[in-house]
Design a protein around this ligand. Structure first.
Ligand code: CA
Length: 515
């Protein structure tokens, strides 16, 4: 009898060991977090020490070429949920798109597979979240202090700093979850989105250091078409008084406002007395921008630390996949810009760090072309759920293990629609490879192509389309672009509404100042 019992127990134990437990998944997503401002990426300016995000790089894989198909907020989020391009998931711009909540998303599939699912923080897809057992989101863009939130359809108001609150709510949900089930937590920050408003405890945390300038801060936009010259996203002309902290953000309590003013007022007074102009004024704006942007990220890094510590304390870390990414890249003064939208490197590239114990090789770096199109497929793969054929990305598992498949993508299709407001960036699409970018600006009176060679021109300052030395390259890239458009089911022509509220052919330039 005793022998039989031992045998039964052993068999049960062996069976348990043979079936791997579905891992938990924590997806931490920030808004407009440039890879240039993550110390794990080792950017030359050393803008920010981010020890907690860096932990994920040390214990997992850092991706150096994670590209988004459309470098703005809502479209990127729709791609993450569906694993599809925006021309198929329907969320093409931030102006007049609404996410169709009935379509297939990876959280719905995880739910079916027995996962508890939650999303907390920035959502920005207009319709209410579906596929989540729990959701608490910021309405629209959200605010940085004392934010209203929507909790399972109910409007509530919270007190405190939004990044901290999103973390608190995320951890509370983890505490209260059904511990017999695996979980998906999507912890999605508003930070460091414009207007880069820091937690009050982080004001002055960088001790007024002087940040190194990017080499293209004073880009003259020569050797390129009208699109780069005619945008509205410069530090020089577009930044407004709220961006520059001459006006405090809404929603501060009198005590918070006092603390805010104590930091900004003396600095603003010094600025006014200096009466700066021209390049000196742009330099000052760059410094203010970097102080605020990096200070805002300090709370995000702390939040990542709190979540990772929780996983450690609860003994969950070994069976939890942790993904850190942003919805796109961001300009931190490169080309004289802030914002995103372009096919160019700083905006199309988003940070991505993945810790997956037993799968991701700790401390490795991938230069492969991956995308937020791959996130849904990766998480489904982790859960052992088959990836639906309609999804257009691919699980990152082989890349994470260091075994890049021979047929991994070597080119990437990019598309941007929103025009003319905000920021007046012309609609464009194109193909990105390791070395080149072929771009077609369309949908306005100016319809033209550009070609960039990143190997010879890493800052993308010279359009070489007309250079005979690139004639063969141009033909090859055109062929690849045609192939990709067909494979990805890109429509030949697009409805004018995809350009946004004021969309349409031949729009006249309309200068806009985004509040
Ligand atoms: Ca964004």
């Amino acid at each position: 009898m005793k022998t039989l019992l031992t045998f039964t127990l052993l068999t049960a134990a062996a069976a348990f060991a043979a079936v791997p437990r579905q891992p938990n998944i924590v997806f931490i997503f920030s808004d407009d977090h440039a890879y240039q401002a993550i110390s794990a990426y080792g950017e030359a300016r050393k803008l920010l020490e981010s020890p907690n995000i860096d932990r994920l790089g040390k214990q997992g894989v850092r991706f150096d070429r994670c590209l988004v198909p459309n470098s703005i907020c809502g479209p990127s989020r729709a791609t993450v949920l569906t694993g599809k391009y925006n021309h198929l998931n329907g969320f093409v711009n931030n102006s007049n798109s609404t996410f169709d909540p009935t379509q297939l998303t990876f959280p719905k599939l995880l739910q079916k597979a027995g996962y508890q699912t939650a999303i907390v923080g920035k959502w920005h897809l207009i319709s209410n979240p579906t596929g989540f057992d729990f959701w608490q989101i910021l309405p629209g863009q959200g605010v940085y202090y004392n934010p209203p939130m929507i909790r399972m359809g109910e409007q509530i108001k919270l007190s405190g700093y939004t990044t901290d609150l999103i973390t608190d709510v995320s951890l509370e949900w983890l505490q209260k979850r059904d511990k017999s089930k695996p979980f998906l937590l999507m912890c999605q920050h508003k930070a460091p989105h414009r207007e880069w408003a820091p937690a009050l405890r982080h004001l002055g945390a960088d001790k007024d250091r002087v940040y190194a300038e990017p080499p293209t801060l004073f880009d003259d936009y020569a050797n390129r078409g009208i699109a780069v010259r005619d945008q509205d996203m410069t530090l020089e002309k577009t930044m407004n008084d709220r961006d520059l902290k001459f006006v405090a953000p809404p929603g501060l309590t009198p005590e918070q406002k006092k603390e805010w003013d104590a930091y900004y007022e003396p600095r603003n007074a010094k600025f006014r007395a200096a009466n700066l102009a021209g390049k000196d004024l742009v330099r000052w704006r760059y410094q203010r921008y970097m102080h605020d942007y990096t200070a805002t990220l300090r709370a995000v890094d702390e939040s990542v630390g709190r979540v990772l510590d929780y996983l450690d304390q609860e003994g969950l870390a070994d069976n939890t996949v942790v993904i850190y990414a942003s919805d796109q890249g961001f300009y931190l003064g490169e080309h004289g810009w802030f914002d995103k939208r372009w096919i160019f490197e700083e905006s199309a590239r988003t940070p991505l760090l993945v810790r997956w114990p037993g799968v991701a090789k700790p401390g490795t770096v991938s230069k492969d072309i991956v995308s937020n199109l791959d996130f849904a497929e990766t998480m489904l793969d982790a859960a052992g759920v088959p990836v639906p054929a309609e999804m257009q990305g691919r699980s990152l598992r082989p890349i994470l293990t260091g075994k890049r498949p021979a047929d991994w993508r070597t080119s990437f299709y990019y598309q941007y629609f929103e025009w003319p407001a905000p920021h007046h960036v012309r609609p464009h699409y194109g193909v990105i490879t390791d070395r080149y970018k072929l771009v077609h600006f369309f949908g306005t009176v100016d319809d033209y192509w550009e070609l960039y060679d990143r190997e010879k021109d890493p800052h993308e300052l010279r359009n070489v389309l007309g250079d005979p030395a690139y004639a063969a390259t141009k033909v090859e890239l055109e062929k690849e672009l045609t192939r990709l458009r067909k494979e990805l089911k890109v429509p030949e022509t697009i409805p004018p509404s995809w350009l946004g509220r004021q969309g349409g052919e031949g729009q006249k330039k309309k200068q806009t100042k985004q509040k």
